[in-house]
Write a protein that binds this ligand. Structure first.
Ligand SMILES: Nc1ncnc2c1ncn2[C@@H]1O[C@H](COP(=O)(O)OP(=O)(O)OP(=O)(O)O)[C@@H](O)[C@H]1O
Ligand SMILES: [Mg+2]
Length: 601
């Protein structure tokens, strides 16, 4: 369960300031105009009442004097002018709201993923960070709300002060009494609102679970299994259990809130009637005009209603700011790996890769996944890494990609420590097809391959060559749009490639990338044996002069490597060419023989 973290008043102001600054970043002009417009709109009823009161006085002043009706026109003109301005401001308000929400919908996610991208994998795998990002993602739209509600709150304070000026002058002591009658309502609003927010916050985890179940229940790919296992009733039950509980608890709070609201409202109503009495008394004594009566009554009403709603708005702002503070934290997070400064030259020859006594444990994990590893990969070498599940093969790839800093030892590229290298320059030389590779399903086949080197314009000829090398041509005919086929059935004219086809497309992407160092982590898990031998029969030829590292459970894929490393529990236990390793009759020989027998049987 989430800790109910309270923000101090200063932190609250700081968060509010940040969320205003964020809107200023989205569009300074719109943000400033929006605040001005909101202040105008909040003040409007008061200003209108004032102008109308003057109009009334003018009319009463000339009534019965036989004056021409035209004499009322200047005062009426003033009201008309004001109406035009106020109507323009109100329309601008709608427009500005739309502009701001459009900016928030489109630009905020952009800033969000841009910042997350800058954090790096090591930071992004910390569970606390993952949770914060998840929650922020759900509440990004609050930034806009917070700005709007915050502006309204300040505008209400200004209006309240202006109204107070009018009232206090008329009935100084009575103003104090009114404030007293409003307090119970304020407190009860604050109480129930907090209760509601607490319910919302305490239910975060359940709500997320329900939302995940909802997602599962509307996704075709998940429904396949659900149809077979008849899991629908159970899953729907879990969803209903949460939503029913939440709705019931929420409505219960609302019912109580409204009942108390009604009772306390009676108190305030009595006070306002007493206020009217004072105003009329002054009128009957001839102290104020009819216009003054209307203006003062309006001021009194505005004073009471702003005062009543103030505490609710304030509590809502404070509660909201707890969540905004979390978004702010995400935006202010810094990567916990600092980038190096040495720029690796971008050329055809790959760097020498050396691992010296490298040990590595995942952040917050106890045991080393990589243990005292020594390895040298010469430029242009073709090496293979084999080992059981969990041996640390993928982890090795991830530390070579500097997603993590190693705990001990060093990784050298030529003679520079990988930590001192400007990481972008290493990535320019590196291609990694991860075990859990990406499938860019909203994009076309062509784009999926081009993404291997998307910072350069697409080279159509090379793209087709890469596709052919990766055996994509074997199923290209299935796509009615050829290379322009969108790879998801969820988009018009799209289809979904099979799992093995996706893997071939991903391999094509890294053929196209054609980087000096290329790593394939278990690239053929879903690929049939015939295609596999076709793809890997030519892989070393294609990457001539480049460093190739292949990780595979299929020994047929790795046997042609210059050197094979057997990784076991984070350590290299055997290495050599296929023939050397077979001659050794060790672990490699054992595993190879079992697999070969399996195929033969
Ligand atoms: N992000 C992570 N945080 C903590 N532990 C991890 C993480 N990723 C992997 N591990 C652990 O590190 C060990 C090595 O995992 P790794 O993925 O490197 O194995 P592998 O050799 O690639 O296995 P496979 O053949 O199944 O792909 C495993 O015990 C795994 O549980
Ligand atoms: Mg792996």
């Amino acid at each position: 369960m989430e800790q109910e973290n309270k923000l101090s008043f200063l932190q609250f102001l700081n968060t509010l300031r940040w969320s205003f600054a964020f809107q200023m970043k989205l569009s300074p002009v719109v943000a400033v105009l929006k605040v001005a417009v909101i202040v105008f709109i909040e003040l409007e009823p008061l200003v209108y009442a004032y102008i109308f009161a003057r109009l009334l006085d003018v009319a009463i002043g000339i009534a019965g004097t036989g004056a021409e009706p035209q004499e009322i026109i200047p005062a009426l003109g003033l009201l008309f002018g004001y109406n035009i301005i106020s109507s323009a401001v109100n329309h601008s308000n709608y427009y500005l709201s739309s502009v701001l929400s459009t900016f928030n919908n489109f630009k905020t996610p952009y800033y969000f993923y841009q910042h997350i991208h800058s954090l790096g994998i090591q930071t992004l795998e910390v569970p606390d960070v993952v949770n914060k990002i998840q929650r922020s993602k759900e509440t990004l739209n609050l930034l806009n709300q917070d700005f709007e509600r915050g502006s309204i709150f300040f505008a209400k304070i200004i209006t309240l002060l202006v109204a107070a000026l009018v009232i206090v002058k008329m009935m100084p002591i009575f103003t104090g009494i009114i404030i007293l009658t409003v307090i119970p309502g304020m407190l009860s609003s604050k109480y129930f609102l907090q209760k509601q927010w607490r319910l919302w916050r305490n239910e975060t985890e359940n709500r997320r679970r329900a939302r995940n179940i909802f997602d599962i229940l509307i996704e075709t790919i998940n429904l396949q299994e659900i149809f077979i296992t008849s899991a629908y009733g159970y899953l729907s039950g879990v969803y209903r259990k949460y939503t029913d509980y939440f709705a019931t608890a929420d409505l219960k709070i609302l019912r109580k809130w409204r009942s108390y609201g009604f009772l306390f409202g009676l108190l305030t109503s009595s006070a306002s009637i007493a206020g009217y009495f004072i105003i009329f008394k002054n009128f009957l004594k001839g102290l104020i005009s009819v216009g003054d009566v209307t203006f003062q009554i309006r001021s009194l009403n505005i004073f009471i209603s702003n005062l009543t709603s103030m505490s609710g708005s304030y509590t809502a702002l404070r509660e909201r700011s707890i969540r905004i503070a979390e978004i702010k934290e995400v935006f202010e997070m810094k990567p916990n790996i600092t980038d190096g400064a040495v720029v690796l030259p971008e050329n055809e020859t790959p760097p020498n890769i050396t691992l010296k006594n490298v040990s590595f444990a995942y952040p917050r994990a106890e045991t080393n996944v990589i243990k005292n590893l020594n390895l040298e990969i010469k430029p242009g070498e073709k090496i293979a890494i084999v080992g059981e599940n969990g041996a640390g093969k993928t982890t090795l790839v991830r530390i070579l990609s500097r997603f993590y800093k190693v705990s001990e030892g060093e990784i050298l590229l030529d003679s520079t420590n990988i930590n001192d290298i400007k990481i972008e320059s290493w990535y320019k030389n590196l291609g990694v097809l991860f075990q859990d590779y990406n499938t860019y399903s909203p994009l076309t086949l062509k784009e999926n391959i081009h993404l291997g080197n998307a910072h350069e314009k697409l080279d159509e000829e090379r793209m087709i060559e890469a596709a052919n090398k990766a055996n994509v041509n074997s199923f290209l005919a299935n796509f009615k749009n050829g290379y322009d086929q969108v790879l998801s059935e969820k988009f018009k004219g799209g289809t979904r490639p099979s799992t093995g086809q996706w893997q071939k497309i991903a391999i094509a992407r890294f053929f196209y990338r054609n980087s000096p160092v290329v790593i394939f982590d278990e690239p053929t898990a879903s690929i049939d044996a015939v295609s596999e031998s076709e793809i890997f029969g030519q892989i070393y030829d294609f990457f001539k002069g480049k460093t190739v590292i292949i990780i595979s459970h299929r020994f047929s894929t790795v046997r042609n490597a210059d050197k094979i490393y057997v990784l076991d529990k984070g350590e290299i236990i055997e290495s050599g060419s296929h023939d050397e390793l077979m001659a050794r009759k060790g672990k490699y020989h054992h595993a190879f023989t079992i697999q070969a027998e399996g195929y033969r049987a």
